[in-house]
Ligand binder design. Structure first.
Ligand SMILES: Nc1ncnc2c1ncn2[C@@H]1O[C@H](COP(=O)(O)OP(=O)(O)O)[C@@H](O)[C@H]1O
Ligand SMILES: [Mg+2]
Length: 454
């Protein structure tokens, strides 16, 4: 569709509206005028008759009637539209050469009637009146007729004038409508031009709201907030790439460095063994980073937990603690578990989340302290909270801890299994089960956990 299609559509609608208005007004006007025009001939006949009436009824002998005949002749010569007939049993009083047909017509009812004659294109309007006998004169019928041609002519002209006015009006309305719509749509065109300029990497710009009409500000607002989210996602993606590269670089640097040193001169078998051992650790670290990233990538693509099994959460926590037995012993921390609930989850995922939460807790707990795992079922959801005593985490970090590679203490970044993806994976697992994560830091206790639907 072209950019003008709204303008065209609007002008089409204007045209329709104009057509409707013209039809209504034109139709009403035509009917009103038509009614008025129809009354004109009758009014004229009435007027003519009332002028003649007294003379017609007063005179009762042939001499006087000759005067009346002269008068009628004069009148019909003056105005060609008018004709008179007098029909009587005495030919001395008759006027206008009434033929058989006219005589029959004259004997019909008195009053206003229509008469069709071959020499006229339209019926004549005729006022038929009865004059009673007077002196020597017998009763007679007096007819005044008027040709309605002029009325029909006027009607016809009116119709043509109305139709041509309507056509011109409609054409004008559609042209003006198009022009008005173009002007009205200018802000929209400006807006789309402005939006066109906002593309990566220039995502920081926003649509200017001040110059917009109110109908568009809502649209521009939602566009701006979409842009905001896109910009955030875009910059997260950019920093994610940088983080990934950074995370992968240190194990690789270690691998290369150790291998190069080992190769500088001949070494003993034990030395090679040690180097390989250390290389293996670095390689395992690389593998675990890549595994975590692959897991997050598949979660990003919307993969959901499928192999759901009903499981006791406390049972799963116990199994995970067995698995972490050595680590717990090394760190000299104890774990206390309270509560239980049945949940439908994918067990491998749940264990992975628990391992991440518990190993974080172990890392942040000093020897001799106690980690608490609380399972709490209420209102359709189950909360598993892992709490450990530790330094308060400031509130600016809290909402970001579940982001990929986000760490409070960046200097820890290169230590062993910590590569900053643990909590991101916990969150991905919670979301895969339709749940969510939470974190609290309160009175020297830091709590990380997840909600699962019960
Ligand atoms: N139990 C905890 N106590 C205090 N801080 C924690 C705890 N668990 C996680 N954190 C903070 O959250 C960050 C992210 O955790 P995580 O995603 O598991 O990454 P990593 O453990 O690899 O650093 C950690 O670097 C740490 O700053
Ligand atoms: Mg961790």
């Amino acid at each position: 569709m072209s950019r003008n299609s709204i303008a065209l559509r609007l002008s089409g609608l204007f045209t329709l509206v104009a057509l409707l208005v013209f039809l209504l007004i034109g139709g009403a006007l035509y009917q009103q005028v038509d009614k008025g025009l129809g009354l004109l001939p009758e009014a004229e006949l009435d007027a003519r008759y009332s002028v003649l009436e007294s003379a017609l009824t007063r005179f009762g002998n042939p001499e006087h009637w000759a005067k009346i005949h002269n008068k009628l002749k004069l009148l019909s010569e003056e105005d060609k539209r008018i004709r008179f007939w007098v029909v009587s049993s005495d030919p001395a009083y008759e006027y206008g050469d009434p033929d058989q047909r006219l005589r029959r017509f004259a004997q019909g009812p008195v009053g206003m009637r229509d008469l069709t004659l071959p020499e006229y294109r339209h019926p004549l309007k005729v006022l038929v009146s009865q004059l009673p006998a007077k002196e020597q004169r017998p009763p007679l019928r007096f007819l005044i007729a008027i040709d309605t041609e002029a009325v029909y002519e006027t009607q016809h002209q009116l119709l043509i004038a109305l139709i041509s006015l309507a056509i011109i009006g409609v054409l004008l309305a559609s042209a003006l409508g198009y022009w008005v719509a173009r002007i009205g749509l200018k802000p929209l065109i400006r807006l789309s031009e402005e939006a066109q300029r906002l593309a990566p990497p220039r995502l920081s710009g926003r649509l200017q709201l001040s110059s917009l009409p109110p109908e568009l500000t809502q649209f521009a607002n939602s566009f701006n907030s979409t842009l905001e989210r896109v910009e955030q996602a875009y910059s997260r993606l950019e920093s994610f790439n940088a983080d990934v590269a950074h995370e992968l670089r240190s194990p690789l640097t270690n691998l290369i460095g150790q291998t190069q040193v080992a190769l500088t001169r001949g070494r003993s078998a034990e030395h090679y063994f040690e180097v390989l051992q250390s290389n293996l650790e670095e390689l395992e670290r690389l593998r675990s980073i890549i595994n975590d990233m692959l897991f997050l990538a598949s979660a990003d693509q919307g993969s959901k937990a499928t192999k759901l099994t009903s499981t006791s959460l406390a049972g799963e926590v116990a199994t995970t603690l067995d698995y972490l037995d050595f680590i717990l012993e090394d760190a000299q921390v104890k774990v206390e578990v309270s509560g239980d609930a049945l949940v439908r989850i994918e067990i491998a995922h749940l264990r992975r989340a628990l391992i991440n939460l518990l190993s974080n807790a172990v890392q942040h707990t000093r020897p001799g302290q106690v980690i608490r795992v609380e399972i709490d079922a209420r209102e359709g959801q189950v909360a598993i909270a892992v709490s450990n005593p530790g330094q308060a985490i400031s509130s600016e970090h809290l909402p970001r801890l579940f982001e990929r590679f986000y760490r409070v203490d960046a200097s820890r970044s290169n230590s062993g299994a910590n590569h900053g993806l643990g909590l991101a994976i916990v969150k991905a697992i919670a979301l895969m089960h339709g749940g969510d994560v939470f974190v609290r830091s309160d009175k020297g206790i830091n709590t990380f956990g997840l909600y699962l639907p019960a």
